[in-house]
Ligand binder design. Structure first.
Ligand SMILES: Cc1cc2nc3c(=O)[nH]c(=O)nc-3n(C[C@H](O)[C@H](O)[C@H](O)COP(=O)(O)O)c2cc1C
Length: 308
């Protein structure tokens, strides 16, 4: 099985992703938080350095709605060696994103999406898309079928589908609860577009759901909040075994030795996602919170028998 860490602003920053990449190695694909194309055009070095550590192997998720701007951003990204996969956001319903016709809002305009995809195709490595199953509350097979046909035309094979509709003018939180999860429609897409690599996302947070999707020949899963809460949850439910966690964490911490500018708070936040349901976690988290250096954090992991 393969896992994909869903991009989540405020959670899947470069520190969190590096930890996920080190733990799951080639079983995981990670994505930057959504980055607007303008940020890449106007200051690519600062933008990339903010979202990528030198040793991250993440894909970049971009948002844009002006074909010319997307093209300019791609020109810059084509020159950045450490990135080799761009994902286009066509699913974000947030109001700020909506105002700029980005994400889900862009999908109201299929002709414009097509023009944006033309620009995206100037990227010379892997391209994927993340989208919703529909727009508005009603189930609408045509929406997703038409978009999948369009992606297919552009030879974009990998599509992450958040298996619920997105609703404009509904806040992001309600957009994750009011439109219902619809794996059935996702499975229909999978059948109809069998040549494409369609990867489900949305509430994949327990063994039962993963079993249900696996029974339907799904072997790849995009997971967001459950990983953010508990980065080791797929191991806890018995789907993967991660050996030598202590060593992996030690290597992870060592990899920051050469960093001149380190965001220790983000690093700590990432590590906290390993301590969910761990015995004595409260005390360990408190000690980590108080630590003012990597060495001290390392010592905490070394002096506590967290994993066998
Ligand atoms: C706090 C937060 C931030 C998010 N930011 C992004 C983002 O930057 N780009 C994106 O495509 N989706 C974003 N999402 C949506 C997630 O990628 C994912 O589609 C959603 O959480 C459903 O998956 P889950 O049930 O596994 O969490 C965000 C979700 C949350 C909760």
């Amino acid at each position: 099985m393969n896992y994909h860490l869903a991009p989540m602003m405020g959670y899947t920053d470069c520190y969190f992703r590096l930890l996920a990449e080190k733990l799951y190695k080639n079983h995981i694909t990670t994505f930057s938080e959504m980055i607007v194309d303008k940020a890449i055009i106007h200051n690519e070095t600062k933008t990339i350095d903010k979202h990528f550590l030198a040793n991250n192997i993440s894909s970049i998720q971009i948002a844009g709605s002006e074909p010319i701007e997307i093209k300019l951003a791609i020109q810059k990204l084509n020159k950045i060696d450490r990135i080799n996969h761009i994902n286009l956001n066509l699913g974000c319903p947030s109001s700020r994103v909506q105002e700029n016709k980005l994400g889900l809002a862009l999908t109201q305009y299929p002709t414009l999406v097509r023009e944006c995809l033309h620009s995206l195709k100037t990227y010379n490595q892997k391209i994927s898309v993340k989208c919703r199953l529909g727009l508005g509350l009603e189930e609408d097979q045509n929406y997703i079928f038409e978009y999948l046909s369009m992606f297919q035309e552009f030879e974009i094979k990998t599509v992450y589908i958040h298996c619920r509709n997105g609703v404009l003018d509904l806040d992001t939180k309600k957009n994750r609860t009011i439109p219902k999860i619809n794996y059935e429609l996702f499975l229909k897409c999978k059948k109809e577009f069998s040549d494409m690599e369609l990867i489900p996302n949305g509430e994949i947070n327990n063994l039962e759901t993963i079993h249900y999707l696996s029974e339907n020949k799904i072997t790849q899963f995009m997971i967001g909040r459950q990983f953010a809460n508990d980065l080791l949850f797929v191991e806890k439910i018995g789907l993967i075994k991660i050996d030598n966690k202590k060593q992996i964490i030690s290597d992870y911490l060592d990899s920051f030795e050469k960093y001149q500018y380190l965001n220790l708070n983000l690093l700590k936040k990432a590590i906290f996602a390993l301590l969910t349901k761990v015995k004595g976690a409260k005390k360990i988290k408190k000690d980590i919170s108080e630590a003012d250096s990597i060495i001290k954090i390392k010592n905490i992991f070394e002096s506590n028998q967290i994993w066998n």
